[in-house]
Design a binder for this molecule. Sequence first.
Ligand code: IPE
Ligand code: IPE
Ligand code: MG
Length: 240
Amino acid sequence: MGESLEGMVIPKHVALILDGNGRWAKRRGLPRTMGHKEGCVTVEKTVETAARMGIEYLTVYGFSTENWKRSTEEVGALMQLFRYYMVRLLKIASANNVRVKMIGDRRRFDRDIIDGINRLEQETRDNTGMTFVIAVNYGSRDEIVRGVRRLARDCRDKVLDVESITEETFASYLDTAGMPDPDLLIRTSGELRLSNYLLWQLAYTEIFVTDCLWPDFNQEELEKAILAYNKRERRFGGVK
Ligand code: IPE
Ligand code: IPE
Ligand code: MG
């Protein structure tokens, strides 16, 4: 770890919107899919760096419910990359004592990808280090609607009493049930929007946007974000 983080508070949960793979490739005159390939290498490195820094939860937006709108060629290439990196991730997770969890609606993927996701979660379940959460076919509104359906069913079946529903009850129906809310959100490539990511969970998260394109993201960039986070004053609506 760089000297620069000495004495710094390491955020417990870092959420990441990895953006800019396409622009990275375009600048080099390469097809967009090459940017995604390079982006996967960056994800691997970031998992190792974050685990080493002592971050407890790292949640990465890998594929949104809206990304299906892209060309069949690009979506197909992304699916192939999932297949390949799920296997690699199993090794990296084991080597770094990392537990892997996927959020999002996995039912839309091909059977072998669903099996791969389940296997990755099961085989890393007992690891005690960082939890690496990958958001795939994830959209916050979709997550909320899926959660509300289950909640409504439980009310109908008298498992849950309508009047007893609290914020905690609702949160327990989301894909992120049991996880703390993110402390820091990092978005690469400069876009100032949430793109349907963790809308409920990011209520009081500190936001850091960097112009760095995702494939160029590295430990130094992560340290910059943590330094900025340390300069923020988190009030949660109160007065300091
Ligand atoms: C992020 O990079 C990866 C995914 C959304 C899958 P983009 O593919 O969105 O890259 P840009 O935004 O077009 O540069
Ligand atoms: C957000 O990036 C989704 C992921 C990083 C997986 P997008 O590139 O899809 O977001 P927009 O379209 O710029 O909002
Ligand atoms: Mg993008």
